[in-house]
Design a protein around this ligand. Sequence first.
Ligand SMILES: Nc1nc2c(c(=O)[nH]1)N[C@H]1C(S)=C(S)[C@@H](COP(=O)(O)OP(=O)(O)OC[C@H]3O[C@@H](n4cnc5c(=O)[nH]c(N)nc54)[C@H](O)[C@@H]3O)O[C@H]1N2
Ligand SMILES: Nc1nc2c(c(=O)[nH]1)N[C@H]1C(S)=C(S)[C@@H](COP(=O)(O)OP(=O)(O)OC[C@H]3O[C@@H](n4cnc5c(=O)[nH]c(N)nc54)[C@H](O)[C@@H]3O)O[C@H]1N2
Ligand SMILES: [Mo]
Length: 888
Amino acid sequence: MLRLVVNGEPRQVEPGVTLLTALERAGVHVPHLCHDPRLAPVGACRLCVVELRGASRPVAACTTPVVDGMEIETHTPALEHERSTLLRLLAWSYPSDAPVGDNAFLAEVRAHGLEGELKGRTDPDRSDEAHPYIRVDMSRCIYCYRCERICNDLQGQFTWRVWNRGADTRIRPDSGTTLLESSCVSCGACADSCPSGALVDHTLLELGAASTWTRTTCPYCGVGCEMNVGTRNGRLVQVRPVLDAPVNKGHLCVKGRYAFRFGEAADRITTPMIREGDSWRPVTWDEAVQHVADRLKQLRATYGPDSIGVLGSARATNEENYLAQKFARAVVGTNNVDSCARVCHAPSAAALRSMLGTGASTNSFDDIELARTLVVFGSNATENHPVVGARIRQAARRGARLIVVDPRRTELAEIADIHLRLRAGTDIPLLHALAWTLLHEHLVDADFLAARVDGLEEFESFVAPWTPERTAEECGADADLIRRAARMYATEKPSMCFHGLGLTEHVQGTDTVMALVNLALLTGNVGRPGTGLNPLRGQNNVQGAAHMGCDPRHLAGYAPIESGRAQVEAVWGAPIPSSQGLDLMEMMDAARAGRLKALYAIGYDVLLTNPNANETLEALSQLDLLVVQDMFLSETARQVGTVFLPAASSFEKDGTFMNSERRIQRVRRALPPPEGARADWQILCALAAAIGRPHGFTFASAEEIWEEVRRVWKAGAGISYQRIERGGLQWPCPSEDHPGTQILHQGTFASGARAALRRVEYRGAAERPTAQYPFVLVTGRRLYQFNAGTMTGRTLNIVLQPRDELAIAPEDADRLGLQSGDRVVVRSQDGEATISIRVTDEVSPGEVFATFQSGEVFLNRVTSSQRDSVTHTPEYKRTAVDLRRASG
Ligand SMILES: Nc1nc2c(c(=O)[nH]1)N[C@H]1C(S)=C(S)[C@@H](COP(=O)(O)OP(=O)(O)OC[C@H]3O[C@@H](n4cnc5c(=O)[nH]c(N)nc54)[C@H](O)[C@@H]3O)O[C@H]1N2
Ligand SMILES: Nc1nc2c(c(=O)[nH]1)N[C@H]1C(S)=C(S)[C@@H](COP(=O)(O)OP(=O)(O)OC[C@H]3O[C@@H](n4cnc5c(=O)[nH]c(N)nc54)[C@H](O)[C@@H]3O)O[C@H]1N2
Ligand SMILES: [Mo]
């Protein structure tokens, strides 16, 4: 600790910070306007000047490092006079007319008694109301440049530009027109940082400032950003990033920051309902729960417990998913329980588990800044995991190497050192050619191989045929670039891999991830800082849903049923069924065959998002009971649901989520659910009681459920709610004194001392273009809409991305006589959908890319039933299709 004297009083502060931070921590407020803790200090506004004993002139506290023994005066008459003079100058042109809400600048003006000095007027030419979330009024700009700096240095978007010089200086978006038309990705960092009201959240103006703030975790993707949720009179009014959050470090993306008002949508369902013919009959909770309980009991009695299936929700909490699988196993008596991890990263979990012993990311987001090379395989991180995408982009700006492997020119591909633009579905040969190069050019890590890896010789002869030249023909990427990528990955170490659905959603998804693991083993890029294999997981809690046991073969902690059985049965006081459970895809098959009679789907729009929707519809229509537990009438509920149970959102309940890097973080109730909606865990407890099995389902809080999870899951036993008040903990964390694990497989693999290279046979893509279906359709997502769109589709994100679109290369569009905005019918052998096109060279000729997120387009009518042979994950990333102009 350093010792300071502040305004005559002794203080102790931690070293290594600026004087401004030290003063703030000591509880001494010093005015400042250009400083933001997320940015490098610039010392431009001069408001934070303080007197330092021994210095000839006042110094800016934000740029002065704190040193032991400093004696500081913060509020002498001379300093206050200087501050008033500076503020008066700014106030002179600051509008006093239109309302703006409160801000740091106005607070200082007030504190210095200068309200009367606000002399400017709002200049309509400098305001811009076009953006749905950010109100721009540059007549309130005080030229601190925080908007420009945070856009560049945190988000990396470079949207705000400084035009002209001197008194004519203007800050405007790069479009030169509105923010909406610019390169802005609506992350809101500029508005969050702006101290003067020039950039303000529309919600703040519309709904007023928050009166209560609740720290919680974002309900969207698997990055797991922590946010402060502001409420006022029981209503969500604003979301701001948590500055000290380990994952997002004061940043958020457009969904976390702005897409929070879905909960108030007029069509939010808050009454349980039972279908009668074509309509829904609203019923009481008691009736709904009794109805579901009676139907489940009947079906179980008639057809046996395995005629019933349960789907946990990747959007719900760990506690709720734990209860969902406990309900399936202990109450219904079946292992037919799964979650949408099945359609997503099940191949990553299977491959990592089988080769290294743990089916999860090996490293953490904090390794991004430690890596010298970053490889992004089949992941569109800037749109789908934007806060991680921004961290990758910033690392590349600071000099890290970046390799992107993607058939599309994604935003990261644009700034990459190497973009391997392969044909979809050909990653295995590409990965083999990279391994071939590593071996051929002696770029492997011989020490690591000797100490920790088996099977080198056999592997070497296995990949011998995959020369870069031969591979280039198969996958379409340049042979020389393949060589260069291998060299970069092996020599510019440490090298860290991220991967996405581009690798997993294929008929050989699991094999592909295994081939990726080979590269890390060959080069020793695992078990060390700045390395590893890191699937960027999908939703807020998809990692947790599967990990809590919503998986037909595994119990909580991803324990195979047979090895985990004894411990869990002891805690539950109930047997775990021994029949083999069905996964989601097998449940669909069984439903079509008439063997599955009931499905209980918690927070999962199966009909819209499963592939080959015509087949899914056929399957779901045959069920005797289809319970949908959601906030909205999803397509599943609307078309085939028989009972609807209205759920609370994660803003309205307590619990935990598990992010992509194995971090358990708190979810906290920021407001009560609307009257009638209930938290998933409460509904599950009520159902268990109605079925006559209340024992083991009498929890009074989410924390009580978590305490039971800790008893059955050894690697999570050290994680108490108390310990994750801030920031969370990463498993393995077996005891309360364990700090959690940032990097797996250090020294030894979870599976043992040595891992083995896998010889993965390439079987070729199942779907090949033909004369009848000449295009390859790749499906995926974009920034503004999230999966089934039930939440983002009920926010102003629809202004930013109104509809599903199909991207097509200019050559193909020309040949078909199509232009952006035209509508086409996409047809495969399984079905068709009508969608608008966008002509762009982000896709290669012959390949088209489309989003799947709305019921109007229903793109999954087109995707096929091909599946990964190991995990049954659908081949969403490759469908042979034909395109023709839509009539009318
Ligand atoms: N904005 C937004 N964010 C989301 C979601 C959302 O819907 N919207 N969904 C969440 C969910 S559930 C998930 S799982 C994640 C998914 O996040 P990502 O894994 O990034 O998902 P996708 O966009 O489906 O596909 C990623 C990339 O794979 C590429 N690709 C396709 N085929 C191949 C191939 O054969 N090889 C290679 N190398 N690349 C290929 C595509 O061009 C695309 O750029 O995002 C999560 N985050
Ligand atoms: N063509 C194509 N199809 C795909 C994909 C693709 O790449 N291409 N990707 C696939 C992937 S990776 C995934 S993960 C799936 C995603 O498919 P889904 O899991 O169906 O999609 P989500 O939109 O994430 O959300 C599911 C539902 O959860 C509800 N929900 C949110 N919070 C809660 C809660 O706390 N409780 C309850 N009960 N409900 C809640 C939402 O309203 C929503 O209806 O789509 C898959 N489909
Ligand atoms: Mo996903």
